[in-house]
Design a binder for this molecule. Sequence first.
Ligand code: 5GP
Length: 210
Amino acid sequence: MRGPGLLFVVSGPSGAGKDTLVDALRSRMPRLRYSVSATTREPRPGERDGEAYFFFDREHFESEVRAAAFLETKEYNGHLYGTPRWFIETTLADGYDVIMKPEVNGALAVKAAFPQAVLVFLLPDKFSHLRLRLAARRTESNDEIAERLAIAHSELKAIRHFDYVIINEQAPPEFQNQPPAVDDLEAIVRAERFRIHHYDDATFRNVENA
Ligand code: 5GP
């Protein structure tokens, strides 16, 4: 019934909980395709190449940039991150919905390239929780955490360019992997799929004539 897939972009400050939220949604909606980004940062424990990211050295990353392989790239905290163009274009064309989670400038760049993209800003319930979450994951130094918090304040300035905002309430420990915000994100995805402009007149005529 539908044409190309929909593109969902979940963004917001580092530490707001994008990874957990998007993972939880993907486990509920297995047909949703995830756009794996490339990065020059080192893998964290447990992160697998091709799943969490494509881990490239700087030279490889830059050769991909020259080959126009990225839809957008961003230097974030001393490392390069980029969204591979080909996966998104072919997956949408095949009719699958795609989800991704770049930082805020990346989200705006994606919207410029795909004006139909649906942009969701994930806010922590309190900015003070960002520091706690970043410290708890023990993967960044204190300097890096301070840098990420400074970036978070500047990212908030772009919130009005987004289509939706979700507030990520701190989940009780037993629900850490299924934060309440996943219901909100699922509601957005489902509602967007029902928008009238995704359906052509032939669809309704077929219903009428059936
Ligand atoms: P992390 O190092 O914590 O995995 O990611 C750092 C930041 O880079 C996060 O805010 C994450 O959303 C963002 N990021 C990850 N992949 C991409 C990408 O392809 N493009 C952009 N612009 N940002 C990305």
